[in-house]
Design a protein around this ligand. Sequence first.
Ligand code: ADP
Length: 489
Amino acid sequence: IIGVRYVSSLVHNKAYIDGGWVEAQSGNVFPVNNPANGEVLSHVADMCESDTQTAIDAAHNAFVTWKTTTAKERSVLLRRWYELVETHKTDLAHLMTSECGKPLAEAHGEVSYGSSFLEFYAEEARRIYGEVVPSPHPSKEILFIRQPIGVASLITPWNFPIAMITRKAGAALASGCTCVVKPAEDTPLSALAIAHLAHQAGIPPGVFNVVTSSRANTPDVGKLMCTSPKVAGVSFTGSTAVGKLLYEWCSVGVKRIGLELGGNAVFIVFNSANVTAAVDGLINAKFRNAGQTCISANRILVQSGIYEEFLSSLKAAMMDRLVVGDGAKEGVNQGPLINDNQFRRVERVVSESVSCGAELVLGGHGHELGGLFYSPTILTHVNKHMPCFNEEIFGPIVAIKKFETEDEAITEANCTNHGLASYFYSQDVSQTWRVGRQLEAGMVGINEGLISCCEGAFGGIKQSGLGREGSRHGIDDYTYIKYLCFGGI
Ligand code: ADP
């Protein structure tokens, strides 16, 4: 494999099914590119529907024994998996930077974030408690126990190639479910490396499977993962359009579904904000992974009394701190966009917004390095009719609108079908409560731009999704409550 120099033992190009490395029955493969330079890193097995059926069968068989393991046994295995991910952190980070472009420091951060879910759910496995409920009859006792739902299909995106898998698989395995993972076609190598470490940790064959597929095969593979009678539930992170399709497919078999979909995060800076903190918070909330995260700040609302100061500080900070380039290079903190599609989308969002009247304060074009690099950009005078405000940008673009009153900001913030993350900066205690209560979002960063951690309950409202991942609530998608009524006492 060209370009992946540090990681030979972790690099696989076959799918991982039933504890073994498996080629596609067709022998077909698809290329994986380094977005920083277009280099082909590897060709990976292109699994189709019938290959995927093999993985689902393996997971279904493995569930028979995995569900009978004790919480302690599952906990020990997850803990071992966590320790192996930690041990191989540097290699995993290099591999991730190679295939998804995020700067090495961020890739390191993601490996830690990703492993934290395995550690957290190793601990949580032992606390999936039931309830004993006061009975209405002297001769009866009422108990609830939590049981694993069965095989879980996990479909994950390219922007967090490890963490989105461990966040789902950690909770699934802790609950006693087995799983089939379909990673994004841009980033299968990180997923296969994680499978390698699951194998080394002693996760039994069939409990954790990874099916890689090209974009062409993905709809068939995805449909089977949602409709197979052997699958009990689906967890998906990705675009709202695909999420709606999977939701529809899941309705056929009335499957469980957890959805983490697109956001259109608002970032509000009130007059009472600490400007330095707000600028730092926005740089964190906007420029992680070059703006390609579902909780990236998208619509920036700044109150008139602080607007000029905030804008000039932000512009200075962006020019001073953001270094665009190959994420594998020392000092770079803005990598390339993931692929041509994303690049063209970002170009369109900026050009259409400008032609609708947005003012360009910084950037606004592809970076001089060429390829998939885009210059950090500031647009002002934006409004809700522009794509930079009513679409998820997924790129290094800051779109700023001035506002006068708190009510106006709240109305503007909630005027969207999405409701994943939102952020605001204010030093006024009453205002922080008022605004925190009123924002229509599953997560709110208050004087904080980085909100992700395994302890947090991650998820959205409205069309941003269903269910929560991370925290103890992450277990809910993978368990059902069984009510036991003991009579004749
Ligand atoms: P993005 O636009 O960010 O790539 P997607 O929602 O397209 O987001 O991708 C997220 C995940 O969904 C990836 O693993 C991708 O392969 C998968 N995916 C895309 N289209 C489908 C589909 N029709 N059925 C099932 N999975 C899909």
